[in-house]
Design a protein around this ligand. Sequence first.
Ligand SMILES: Cc1ncc(COP(=O)(O)O)c(C=O)c1O
Length: 379
Amino acid sequence: MEKIIKFIKDTFNTNEFIPLHEPRFIGNEKKYLNDCIDSTFVSSVGAYVDRFEKDFAEYVGSKYAVATVNGTSALHIALLLVGVEQDDEVITQPLTFIATCNAISYQKAHPVFIDVDGDTMGLSPTALLAFLNKYAEKRDGVCVNKSTGRIIRACVPMHTFGHPCRVDEIQAICEEWGIFLIEDSAESLGSFYKGKHTGRFGKLGAFSFNGNKVVTSGGGGVIVTDDEVLAKRAKHLTTTAKVPHPYEFVHNEIGYNYRMPNLNAALLVAQLEQLDRFLENKRQLAGIYKTFFANIENISFVNEPNDAQSNYWLQAVLLENKEQRDLYLKETNDNGVMTRPVWRLMNELDMFKHCFAENIENAKFLEKRLVNIPSSVRL
Ligand SMILES: Cc1ncc(COP(=O)(O)O)c(C=O)c1O
């Protein structure tokens, strides 16, 4: 254990506390923030929001991008846009951050938990298909769960720690079964699957720019889509559903104040300029960890899956069992090296205990063994 702690400290070239993931502001952040303040447009209207949306769409290769106040609101609006409503079911994975399930719950829909793949840690297309073959049928083009009578409206896979799941297979299954695919790409900016950016396989994708992400706006999110109608509705709904008018206040439906402030967008535009540099640095760190852990018994480094180019947002290792994991967590944290276990499985939380969660062996296995290790860009 001592050897591991020393190695991580040497890698980050410090004897001070090493956080899990620190942001880096080493580009035009201050310049753009000052410019934003000088313009007085610091709030929900401003040139940086428009510039960010254009830059982001270009980077991921989508036709449209709509900036939001955080990733959770991006997910919420994406679900609303494909028609998820009260008593619908939404398929997702038990191994995810709470925000995925919160967004589903905001629409008063029910999460259905399907297992992840052991290698990608994201939703398993094999498990998804097995579930649908056993429990679902298509009625007039709509997928219905025969055991509950509810409509299975959407499927939300998540790219865990930035490692892409087998999203092309998931996309094909969703299409066949009449289910809308929305990717929770909160963690996967800069991650590609079979050459295509994550978040672009389904109808809509949602990203987060929370302070711990690859690039940050302090708080922020974005919805991406190739569908012009959905993009326009996303913009309308996230900006209080105000009908454009030079001075009148007319709102034509219940909307949300989910727009990203210009101040946050200014920070993000500067961060996005450095994304490629950050990604290269994170990949380099993954290589260093991989080589080191190859010679450590009972711990394995989590590599990017086949066919994927991962952003290596949070680097991770797998321990032998829960006891070893707990020991590893304690020793590292006690010695100034921040490490964290993966999230509790969603179906174990009080709010989602009643939800469907059969055959989730991979998720259970990973939950007991996965640990995130320091992953900041070293620049
Ligand atoms: C998987 C996942 N989904 C959704 C979110 C929500 O993003 P935010 O914190 O920006 O609301 C996050 C990150 O925080 C996340 O990791």
